[in-house]
Design a protein around this ligand. Structure first.
Ligand SMILES: Cc1ncc(COP(=O)(O)O)c(C=O)c1O
Length: 474
């Protein structure tokens, strides 16, 4: 949704609001526009949950903010606790987004807030690149204990963690190119965007660094038209069978960069053989394997690092999102022998910020103490089972998949082709019903709640999801 709000007033008549909707990435389907923009009555109805304070904020946002952000529905948040978010007009929503897999320890977690407040009293920032300090070190010790990697580099976001990994790979191997995967998302700065292969709009007029993309194991829509397990993860071998023969010499390849589970690409879970085969190929050709754990990491799928689910240990792992528990923090992890670059090669101002480090350590300790990785697996299985039940009445749910609390429901037409228009309508209807959902991939609804979500909240959320389906699917 493009952020342009239009208020149409007529004397004596309640004003009507329009949000200009953008053309979908799928040119045949103008999401929302046909039935909502063209019919003001219906569109007005879309604003029903919106109170006057929210409307005021949206108006100001439309006036002041860059229009490059996409908003799926007009929600104005105000406060949150655990897995429930309250909007500016006091309406509550069950949160299946968690700030995009950020609030793993829950909104307003008391332990995290206390740690940040205590640090706030002492000092907020020192530039850890220039001076020594205790909070980033304590966190580094915890990260080493949880991940097994011996060296940590801090930054502020996912894209920066990926940039740091790319830079280390180039520096170490002195090779000029990278390999990424179709549907992947690694960020929007120059290096990470070269790897990203999600939506072409994100890369319009962008030159990039040398990167070759290959197939990810998207079993619901196998790129090779094969079937698992008979396929033996043949898609992974495309690297050797195709890429290394036609496009890029392994001798020129610094690193293969892969998400353990594709996030923005559609919550796609590959079979374990896929990651093992990629690792085998990297080892055979002395290529570094970089795991982008930005969305899947920090216990969301069960173990601390999602790659542990596949029994693969990459050379470098990137973290962000949940690592900062709501404050900006990213990290690149590798072993001493690899991260042996000298002073001055790479750095930044805010990485390892004192507040973010204190909050992060408290969040990780909380997640560990409460065994929320294990809880993510249990609740994740329940939500998947519940979605499969719903699927029986709604065949537009073509596929339900996930690991832990990283779950996707793919919305399809009767012939199994993607249905992004219907997906978006379900997501918006969910908002009206009181659940926060977000799409991902071409036609997928993601469920990535805080790991503290209770069974009751999850069930209520599923009931609301079913209600949204009932209203939208005819
Ligand atoms: C797997 C993955 N990597 C990198 C990023 C980029 O993170 P950031 O938005 O913090 O730069 C994202 C963001 O969604 C992501 O999902």
């Amino acid at each position: 949704m493009k952020a342009r709000l239009e208020k149409k007033e007529k004397a004596g008549v309640k004003p009507e609001y329009f949000i200009e909707v953008e053309e979908s990435d799928f040119k045949t389907e103008k999401i929302g526009e046909v039935e909502e923009y063209a019919e003001p009555g219906k569109f007005h109805d879309f604003f029903e949950p919106l109170g006057p304070r929210s409307l005021e904020i949206i108006e100001q946002d439309c006036e002041l903010m860059s229009a490059c952000e996409t908003r799926p529905y007009p929600m104005v948040v105000d406060r949150a606790k655990g897995s429930v978010v309250t909007d500016l007009d006091g309406r509550e929503y069950i949160d299946f987004v968690a700030g995009i897999a950020v609030l793993n320890a829950g909104h307003s977690n008391p332990a995290v807030s206390a740690a940040i407040s205590a640090q706030l009293e002492k000092m907020t920032h020192c530039c850890s690149a220039d001076f020594f300090a205790e909070p980033p070190l304590k966190l580094a010790r915890k990260l080493r204990e949880l991940s097994g990697y011996s060296k940590i580099f801090y930054c502020n976001s996912g894209t920066e963690a990926v940039e740091a990994a790319i830079k280390l790979a180039f520096w170490k191997t002195k090779r000029p190119a990278l390999i990424g995967f179709y549907n992947s998302f690694h960020g929007r700065t120059l290096g990470s965007l070269s790897l990203t292969s999600s939506k072409v709009r994100q890369k319009e007029h962008f030159p990039g660094i040398r990167t070759v993309h290959t197939h990810y194991a998207y079993c619901y829509r196998c790129p090779l038209n094969l079937e698992y397990p008979g396929c033996g993860a043949e898609c992974a071998r495309e690297l050797e069978n195709l890429v290394f023969r036609r496009e890029l010499s392994p001798e020129d390849t610094a690193a293969v960069v892969v998400e353990p589970i594709q996030g923005e690409g559609g919550y796609i879970v590959p079979p374990p053989e896929f990651h093992r085969e990629i690792k085998r190929i990297c080892t055979d050709h002395d290529i570094l394997l970089i795991a982008d754990e930005v969305q899947a990491g920090c216990f969301r799928t069960g173990p601390f690092l999602a790659m542990e689910n596949f029994g693969v240990r990459p050379d470098i792992s990137c973290l962000a999102k949940a690592l900062g528990a709501g404050l900006p923090l990213g990290a690149m992890l590798a072993d001493r022998e690899l991260m042996d670059w000298p002073p001055g090669v790479h750095s930044n101002t805010f990485g390892g910020n004192l507040l973010a480090s204190a909050g992060s350590l408290a969040a990780l300790e909380f997640l560990e103490k409460e065994k929320l990785g294990e809880r993510a697996k249990v609740l994740g299985s329940r939500i998947q089972a519940r979605l499969r039940e719903v699927q029986e009445s709604y065949p537009c749910i073509g596929d339900v998949r996930g690991l832990g609390l990283m779950i996707g429901a793919e919305i399809v037409k009767p012939d199994k082709s993607i249905d992004p228009g219907l997906r978006d309508r379900i997501v918006r209807e969910g908002y009206k019903e009181g659940i926060m959902l977000l799409g991902c991939g071409d036609s997928v609804i993601r469920f990535s709640p805080p790991l503290v979500m209770t069974d009751e909240e999850a069930e209520l959320g599923m009931e609301k999801f079913e209600e949204a389906l009932k209203k939208v699917v005819r």
